[in-house]
Design a protein around this ligand. Structure first.
Ligand code: C2E
Ligand code: MG
Ligand code: MG
Ligand code: MG
Length: 276
């Protein structure tokens, strides 16, 4: 498989790839300046209680606002994962979220937990737990207002090590969410070995669930499995009322998706928080 992969890479090494390499260099030349000049923003997407329609939290998702255009993460995060800059982005997003939470508390609003995505490079970096702690202490926040989302692939990468990190984080009061659950190949192994707080079901389970009894059965059992393990469940990628109704039937109560809200800038989320 390895050999085939490199062969394929070789075959596809074309003019566009060379252009991509140049493009990557260009991005690397400007990324620090972009971060320092405020071009990266933490957008927020609500998580909603299906039964009441009220927001119960949000997820922070990074955006690069470049020359007035919003660039989505899939256009720059893969490069940042490669060159390590992702760690700066993750810490920046976390700090932005902490600032917002502090501001909302000072305004007298009731803050809701906001989750941040954590990269592999950050999670396994030296002093990770202490770094998180010092940021939330700086803003004098209770740790449960910051939820940590980790892709199951990242957890699986070094599951023994992560198991230790996870215990430490939870002892300190952080909430751990397994992101894109069910999209990888060792989802069940994770649940056997890792005690997390939230299971975020990959949106792949929704795309067919409306018309497929089989997918619905799997989804339904993931939801009961999570409940049996004392985890709360969030289903992401909810786009239609039919999907909302299905989740109600399956006793899943928290959803995230375009049906409720797209990721939005801080100001817009703040308005919704005031009216929640
Ligand atoms: P994710 O953590 O699984 O985030 C959910 C993604 O699904 C977001 O894409 C969101 O905009 C999108 N989404 C939400 N609802 C719907 C829906 O109803 N339909 C569809 N089709 N999509 C929906 P986004 O913002 O483009 O982010 C993509 C991925 O980039 C994230 O997936 C996450 O893995 C990564 N990411 C984003 N921000 C950060 C960050 O600050 N740090 C790190 N390490 N990764 C990040
Ligand atoms: Mg996420
Ligand atoms: Mg996800
Ligand atoms: Mg994802």
């Amino acid at each position: 498989a390895k050999a085939m992969e490199s062969e394929r890479k070789f075959c596809f090494y074309t003019e566009t790839m060379r252009e991509n390499a140049i493009n990557e260099k260009e991005i690397e030349n400007v990324m620090y300046e972009a971060l320092n000049s405020g071009q990266f923003k933490a957008y927020l997407q609500s998580k909603v209680d299906i039964n009441t329609g009220k927001m119960v939290g949000a997820e922070a998702l990074v955006r690069w606002i470049k020359d007035g255009k919003i660039i989505p993460p899939n256009e720059f995060l893969p490069l940042f994962e490669k060159n390590g800059f992702i760690v700066n982005i993750d810490l920046f997003v976390l700090e932005e979220v902490c600032k917002m939470q502090r501001e909302w508390i000072s305004m007298g609003l009731t803050p809701l937990p906001i989750s941040v995505n954590q990269s592999k490079a950050l999670v396994y970096s030296e002093g990770y737990v202490e770094r998180l702690e010092s940021i939330i202490n700086k803003y004098d926040l209770p740790p449960h207002l910051v939820e940590l989302e980790l892709l199951e692939t990242i957890i699986h990468e070094d599951i023994e090590n992560f198991s230790k990190i996870c215990k430490e984080l939870r002892l300190k009061g952080f909430l751990i969410c397994i992101d894109d659950f069910g999209s990888g190949y060792s989802s069940f192994n994770l649940l056997k070995d890792i005690e997390a707080d939230v299971l975020k079901v990959d949106r792949g389970f929704l795309t067919d669930a409306e018309d497929s009894k089989r997918v619905e059965f799997v989804l339904s059992n993931i939801i009961s499995l999570a409940k049996g393990l004392d985890m709360s469940v969030v289903v992401e990628g909810v786009e239609t009322i039919e999907q909302v109704n299905l989740l109600k039937e399956l006793s899943c109560y928290v959803a995230q998706g375009f049906y409720y809200a797209k990721p939005m800038p801080k100001e817009k989320y703040e308005e919704q928080l005031k009216n929640n």
